[in-house]
Design a protein around this ligand. Structure first.
Ligand code: HEM
Length: 446
C-alpha cells in the first residue's frame, strides 16, 4: 500500500478551493499552525498538492530530474491561455529543448539593450497618470506592462498594428482571468455570451493577429531588431532547425501571460508597501536621486518577499516514486510545490518577517532556497532579469517624478489580497495619490 500523503485540511475539495481562491494567506497560515511545515491541499483541479516550506526540501524538489517531477502537468491549468507548445506546459526533453531556444533572448546583455526602450515607454505612461487625486495604480501598471511586452517582446512600433494587438490582447487578458479558465469542468462553449464561448472567440482573434505578425516578421529581413520575437525567430536547434511558427506563437502568448500580470501586480504591491512604510519610501526616493542601485534592488527584493504575486511555485507532479525530507511520494499520488508565502514569512529565516525592511537584503543577498518569488531549478522564471529591470525602471521613474501617499480612504490599513487567475494583487488596486514632485524634470513628449 502506498504511504499516506502528509496531513492537511479534511474539508471537501470545493471548500479548500474556495479558501485558496478567496483567502489564501490566512488559509496557508492556519494549515502551517495546525499541520506543520509540510501539508497537503486538495483543490478541485489536478492532484493533491503537497506544500513544502523547508529550504532543504525545496532544494531537493528543484533538483529532482525532469522525469521524476513534472511541472508541466500542474501548468496545464494555464494551457487554454498559453497553448500546448508553451514552455509552461511542456515537460521532460521537450521542455528543456524549448527553454534552451528561449534563454538567449533573456540574457543580461539583451536586457541592457532593452533598457532605453523601457525607460521611454515608462516615462510616457507615468506622465499621463493623474496627479492630486486618488488613483488605482494596478490597472495603470497593467497597461504599462502590456505596452512594454508589445514593444520589447513582440517588437511592435507605435501605429495601427500595435493599436490592434493592444486592443485584442487587453480583452483577451481580461476575459482569460475569469475563474472558468482554471476549471476544465466548466469549459463548455454555450455561445458567444457564455464565459467560455467569449474566451474562445477572443482567443481566436488574438491568435490570428499574432500569427499574421509572425508571418510578417519572417518575411521582413530589414535588419536587426532588439526584441524577443526576433531572437525567437532566429533561434535554431543544434542541427539548424528553427522554431516552428506555432511554437513561436505559443511562446509569445506565454511571455504575455507570464510576464504581464505578474510584473504589474508586483509593482502595485511595491507601491502599496511603500506608502505604508514612510521610512522606506523616503530612503528609496533618496536612493533614486543618488542613483543608489543596491537600495532600489533591495526594495524590490523585499517587496517580492513580503508580497509574492505567486503564492506557490508551479506544482511539480510526482511522475516517479521519490523521497524528499524523509517522506516517500508514490508515482501519480500528488504534486509538490514550495509554498512561497510561508517560506518568506518563516521567522527562523527572516527575523521580524512581517516588517517591510529592504536593508535585510543589503546585509545578505537573497538565498536560492529561501527567496522564491521566481521559483527555481530548471523551471525558474525565464523573465526574472526582464522583470527586475522593468521594476527598477518603473519605480525609479515614479519616485523621481512624483511624491506618493496612500489614498485617504485606504490610509492606515493594509490593502487585502485580490486574486486574478493564479496571481494575487492589492485588494483596492494600490490606491494612492500622486503629486508632481517639485523640481522633477518635465517630460518632453515629441
Ligand atoms: C515580478 C514578475 C514575475 C514573477 C514574480 C514571476 C514568477 C514566476 C514563477 C514563480 C515561475 C514558476 C517558476 C517555478 O515554478 O520554478 C515563473 C515561470 C516563468 N516566467 Fe515568470 N515571473 C515574473 C515575470 C516574468 C516575465 C516578465 C516573463 C517574460 C517576459 C516571465 C516568463 C516566465 C516563463 C516563460 C516561465 C516558465 C519557465 C519554465 O517553465 O521553464 N516571467 N515566473
Amino acid at each position: 500500500m502506498p504511504a499516506p500523503l502528509p496531513p492537511g485540511p479534511r474539508l471537501p475539495a470545493a471548500l479548500q478551493t474556495a479558501r485558496w481562491v478567496a483567502q489564501p494567506v490566512p488559509f496557508f497560515e492556519r494549515c502551517r499552525a495546525r499541520y506543520g511545515g509540510r501539508f497537503t491541499l486538495r483543490l478541485l483541479f489536478g492532484p493533491p498538492i503537497v506544500n513544502l516550506t523547508d529550504p532543504g526540501e525545496v532544494k531537493a524538489m528543484f533538483a529532482a530530474p525532469p522525469e521524476v517531477l513534472a511541472p508541466g502537468v500542474g501548468g496545464r491549468v494555464l494551457e487554454p491561455l498559453v497553448g500546448a507548445r508553451s514552455v509552461l506546459v511542456l515537460d521532460g526533453q521537450d521542455h528543456l529543448r524549448q527553454r534552451k531556444l528561449m534563454l538567449p533572448a533573456f540574457h543580461g546583455e539583451r536586457m541592457t539593450a532593452l533598457a532605453g526602450l523601457l525607460e521611454d515607454v515608462t516615462a510616457r505612461e507615468i506622465a499621463a497618470w493623474p496627479r492630486g487625486e486618488p488613483v488605482e495604480l494596478h490597472p495603470r501598471l497593467q497597461a504599462l506592462t502590456l505596452e512594454v511586452i508589445l514593444r520589447a517582446v513582440f517588437g511592435l512600433e507605435p501605429g495601427g498594428r500595435l493599436d490592434a494587438l493592444r486592443a485584442v490582447l487587453t480583452e483577451y487578458l481580461e476575459v482569460g482571468a475569469a475563474p472558468v479558465n482554471m476549471m476544465p469542468a466548466l469549459q463548455r462553449d454555450l455561445g458567444p455570451r457564455s464565459p467560455w464561448g467569449r474566451f474562445l472567440r477572443v482567443r481566436a482573434r488574438a491568435l490570428g493577429l499574432i500569427e499574421a505578425e509572425i508571418a510578417r516578421r519572417r518575411a521582413d529581413t530589414s535588419g536587426p531588431h532588439g526584441d524577443v520575437l526576433t531572437m525567437l525567430l532566429e533561434a535554431t536547434e543544434e542541427d539548424g532547425t528553427p522554431m516552428p511558427d506555432l511554437d513561436v506563437r505559443d511562446e509569445l502568448m506565454t511571455l504575455l501571460v507570464a510576464g504581464h500580470e505578474t510584473t504589474a501586480s508586483q509593482l502595485a504591491w511595491t507601491c502599496e508597501r511603500l506608502v505604508r512604510t514612510p521610512r522606506v519610501l523616503g530612503a528609496l526616493q533618496a536612493a533614486v536621486d543618488a542613483g543608489d542601485e543596491p537600495y532600489i534592488t533591495a526594495t524590490i527584493q523585499e517587496a517580492l518577499r513580503c508580497r509574492p504575486v505567486l503564492l506557490f511555485t508551479q506544482p511539480r507532479f510526482v511522475a516517479q516514486d521519490v523521497e524528499i525530507g524523509g517522506v516517500r511520494y508514490a508515482a501519480g499520488s500528488c504534486s509538490l510545490a514550495a509554498n512561497v508565502h510561508l517560506v518568506h514569512h518563516d521567522p527562523a529565516l527572516y527575523p521580524d518577517p512581517y516588517a517591510f525592511r529592504p536593508e535585510r537584503f543589503l546585509e545578505q543577498g537573497p538565498g536560492t532556497f529561501t527567496w522564491l518569488p521566481f521559483g527555481g531549478g530548471r523551471r525558474r522564471c525565464l523573465g526574472q532579469a526582464f522583470a527586475m529591470l522593468e521594476m527598477r525602471v518603473v519605480l525609479a521613474e515614479l519616485l523621481a517624478t512624483t511624491d506618493l501617499a496612500a489614498a485617504p480612504d485606504v490610509a492606515g490599513k493594509d490593502e487585502g489580497r485580490r486574486r486574478r487567475h493564479i496571481t494575487v494583487s492589492p485588494g483596492s488596486g494600490a490606491r494612492v495619490v500622486l503629486q508632481a514632485r517639485r523640481g522633477a524634470p518635465a517630460l518632453q513628449v515629441a
